[in-house]
Ligand binder design. Structure first.
Ligand code: S3P
Length: 425
């Protein structure tokens, strides 16, 4: 399905179960590989990125058995027995950055490589702290492939220049196998799935405000159940909030506070959102989200909330085209370092559809409310989140749009279109 035609929707109605959380799925497979035992994971993401992580743990010596489509059993008894590995991270920044911390702190060597897009993404952010810990890493101007010669490291007390869960997790995973106390402080809190899951597996890890400390620990195998991905739910939340006459329920969505910035922003914009049936699964909050179409007003999104909704900003831009007044996004310069330059690419494609959106160095400014004209082709720049955000824009465009290379959606959300078809009339 390379090119996808999307036409205006009359409404979204019904309820869906959202696919498993990508960030939690990655971590479940990685940490299971470190337990030296057997771990069952229920509701593991089948997006291409998480399958890259599964292939990596297989290469590292784990047996991975699919009990059902999204239910896996990982046997890590023979993991890390070789001395040298070739690890293909595909398109996945999370795989490359987190495995770098794991490899650098063990007596093994590995080449970590990825596809064209991942090979362009910045790795200095992890190479610098790992080198401060004593790691040996060869790289091409701080880009992948990374050649890591693992060894005994030293603990550090590191302050991240920008909030990043991938960088924080990389350092914590290196600290997990390092004598002494490794300490990481972020300017604002980013997603904390690593901290929660390492604690769940018995690691000596504590968090106080923006600082997390970890000591060398042995992980104990425990089974895991994964909730739905709020970053995937975001496309449906935005669509239901802007397609008239919509009312949907999205079931079993992860509601960890470090990920719920989208709910806070949408509510501030006037969206009608209700949380139903909240629960806690394996140290992570989850619940159902009900969204009903309503009038929206523009807002400013900046500061501490940015890491809590960094992946949702492209679809928030689409939402903001339907809000009365100005929406300003600031302090989001790291959006330029994602699977695409999400500021530049998003602005250019939404402008093609007729949106009044302007690029700024660290975000964008949108003037609403506007009728998107559509009637044109748009590019997703090999970026799954841009592909899905543009799809939502198609649902409110006057004329149908065509999204080229829509297959990139499979990186995180292979079921996206079938779920959308189930809701749209
Ligand atoms: C992720 C962290 C975020 C996010 C990415 C997944 C994670 O990246 O954008 O999609 O699972 O840790 P940064 O750490 O680069 O902000």
């Amino acid at each position: 399905m390379p090119n996808k035609k999307v036409s205006k929707a009359l409404s979204l109605k019904g309820s869906i179960v959202i696919p498993p959380d990508k960030s939690i799925s990655h971590r479940s497979a990685m940490f299971a590989a470190l337990t030296n035992g057997c771990v069952e994971v229920e509701n593991f993401s089948t997006g291409a990125d998480c399958l890259s992580t599964l292939n990596i743990i297989r290469t590292l010596g784990c047996e991975v058995e699919f009990i059902e489509e999204k239910h896996i059993k990982i046997n890590a008894k023979n993991a890390f027995k070789n001395t040298s590995y070739n690890l293909d991270c595909g398109n996945s920044g999370t795989s490359m950055r987190l495995f770098s911390g794991i490899i650098a702190s063990r007596n093994i060597e590995a080449k970590l490589f990825g596809d064209e897009s991942l090979s362009k993404r910045p790795m200095k952010r992890i190479i610098t702290p790992l080198e401060l810990m004593g790691a040996k890493i060869k790289h091409d101007h701080y880009r992948a492939p990374l050649f890591i010669q693992g060894r005994e490291l030293f603990p550090i007390d590191y302050k991240l220049p920008i909030a990043s869960a991938q960088v924080k997790s990389c350092i914590l995973l290196a600290g997990l196998n390092t004598y002494g106390e490794t300490k990481v402080t972020e300017p604002h809190i980013s997603r904390d799935h690593t901290e929660r899951m390492l604690k769940y597996f018995g690691a000596d890890i504590t968090t106080d405000k923006n600082t997390t400390k970890i000591k060398k620990s042995t992980l104990v195998p425990r089974n895991i159940k994964i909730c739905g991905d709020i970053s995937s739910a975001a496309f449906f939340m935005a669509a239901a909030a802007i397609v008239p006459n919509s009312e949907i329920i999205i079931k079993n969505v992860g509601l960890n506070h470090t990920r719920t910035g989208i709910i806070d922003v949408m509510q501030k914009m006037g969206a009608d959102i209700e949380i139903l049936n909240s629960d806690k699964i394996c140290n992570e909050e989850a619940g159902d989200i009900k969204i009903t179409y309503s009038d929206l007003t523009g807002t400013t999104i900046e500061g501490e909330i940015i890491p809590r909704l960094i992946d949702e900003l492209p679809v928030i831009a689409v939402l903001a085209t339907q809000a009365e007044g100005k929406t300003v996004v600031k302090n989001a310069q790291d959006l330029r370092n994602k699977e695409s330059d999400r500021i530049k690419c998003l602005v250019s494609e939404l402008q093609k559809l007729g949106a009044q959106i302007e690029e700024t160095p660290d975000g964008f400014v949108i003037e609403g409310k506007q009728q998107l004209k559509g009637g044109t082709d748009v590019e997703c720049y090999h970026d799954h989140r841009l592909a899905m955000s543009l799809y939502v824009a198609g649902l409110i465009s006057q004329e149908p749009i065509v999204i080229n290379d829509f297959q990139w959606v499979n990186i995180s959300f292979p079921e996206f279109e079938s779920l959308m078809n189930r809701l749209t009339c």
